[in-house]
Ligand binder design. Structure first.
Ligand SMILES: O=C(COP(=O)(O)O)[C@@H](O)[C@H](O)[C@H](O)[C@H](O)COP(=O)(O)O
Ligand SMILES: [Mn+2]
Ligand SMILES: [Mn+2]
Length: 345
């Protein structure tokens, strides 16, 4: 799969990031999102592949593009056998978040990215538009920390795995009222908390790399973003666990249905009979082949954001593949006009 998609998937996230970055700092989160969606979809539809969106733009808001179930790629056309080779005709599932951190883009804040994950058909958990309690940690702590344990216990385990004191750990938590208790517990245990307003995909994946000074992500964010994070962590061997959160009283923000019972019923209708199940990265991204691709919109821990210059733009992307066991950083200069200068660094 990876061989046939190759460079093109990088271009998909690059194009989404470039489009969105033009709206950086303009206070228009919906436009920053919309242009990323359009650019991602346009580039995807030029690829010789047979893709289906399993996580996309809004499960319930009738999104016109990159909606769940949309077929993308040239080989989804009728009589595709005539112009696509057998590899290209293999059905693949795609999870997208063309603008992960729309607020971050709108307000010129760090850490927004265009992201997607790909696997063979059925290889990605089609997460409902719910919330998810998440625990991400470095490869050294994989299978040792556990979302069922308290934050205090996990911090001790993490400190041992990383051969350092609890005080030397930095834990990312989304700044939300629902996390008041969690933040207090982490601080009381001695670790340091880095609060983020948005963008928990970047925070989760940052745990996978030493040198980011982020050692874990804890707390509740969105479930679709959890699957994309899990795909990246699965592909690179980091720790990721997620548990759906369906009780509006726990979440305290956003819209996740009218009541806890209504949400349980909705999950049942989606064949999720155990709403409290804890999923690990291999269950959220269970495919034999799992590929993650992201491109920085604004600069974050992992990648630089889009930098425009007269006649072009420069991007940095990250592609993580379990097939080739690589985390590949790709630095690209895009020449759209006749640039006077194409800078080396
Ligand atoms: O920050 C986020 C927003 O994503 P997007 O809408 O694509 O810009 C995500 O990283 C979070 O995972 C998540 O969407 C968030 O926690 C849910 O929002 P909230 O109800 O404010 O907690
Ligand atoms: Mn998002
Ligand atoms: Mn988004």
């Amino acid at each position: 799969m990876e061989n046939t998609l190759g460079l093109e998937i990088i271009e998909v996230v690059e194009q989404a990031a470039i489009a969105s970055a033009r709206w950086m700092g303009k206070g228009e989160k919906n436009i920053a999102d919309q242009v990323a969606v359009e650019a991602m979809r346009e580039r995807m539809n030029k690829i010789h592949m047979r893709g289906r969106i399993v996580i996309g733009e809004g499960e319930r808001d009738d999104a016109p593009m990159l909606y769940i179930g949309e077929e993308v790629g040239i080989c989804t056309q009728e009589n595709a056998e005539a112009f696509c080779n057998p590899d290209e005709l293999v059905e693949i599932d795609i999870a997208v978040d063309p603008c992960e951190g729309t607020n971050l883009v709108a307000y010129g804040q760090p850490g927004s990215m265009a992201v997607l994950a790909i696997s063979e058909k059925g290889g990605l958990f089609a997460a409902p538009d719910f919330y998810m309690k998440k625990l991400a940690a470095p490869p050294a702590a994989k299978g040792k920390v556990d979302i069922n344990k308290s934050a205090t216990e996990n911090l001790k385990i993490l400190a041992e795995c990383l051969d350092r004191a609890v005080e030397e750990l930095v834990i990312v938590v989304m700044k939300r009222d629902r996390h008041a208790g969690l933040i207090k517990e982490i601080r009381d245990a001695g670790a340091r908390v880095s609060l983020i307003s948005d963008g928990d995909v970047g925070a989760a994946i940052s745990c996978g790399f030493a040198g980011t000074n982020i050692h874990a992500l804890m707390g509740i964010g969105a479930a679709p973003e959890g699957v994309i994070s899990a795909a990246a962590m699965r592909a690179m061997g980091g720790h990721f666990q997620g548990q759906l959160i369906y009780d509006p009283e726990v979440v305290q923000t956003g819209l996740i249905g009218e009541s806890k019972q209504a949400n349980i019923d909705r999950l049942k209708s989606m064949n999720i009979t155990d709403p409290d199940k804890v999923y690990d990265a291999h269950e959220l991204a269970s495919g034999e082949t799992v590929l993650f691709a992201g491109c920085g919109i604004t600069t974050g821990n992992l990648m630089q954001g889009v930098r425009f210059f007269g006649g072009g733009a420069r991007t940095q992307s990250l592609v993580i593949s379990n097939q080739s066991s690589t985390a590949r950083f790709v630095d690209t200069i895009h020449m759209s006009g006749q640039p006077k200068v194409v800078q080396l660094h």
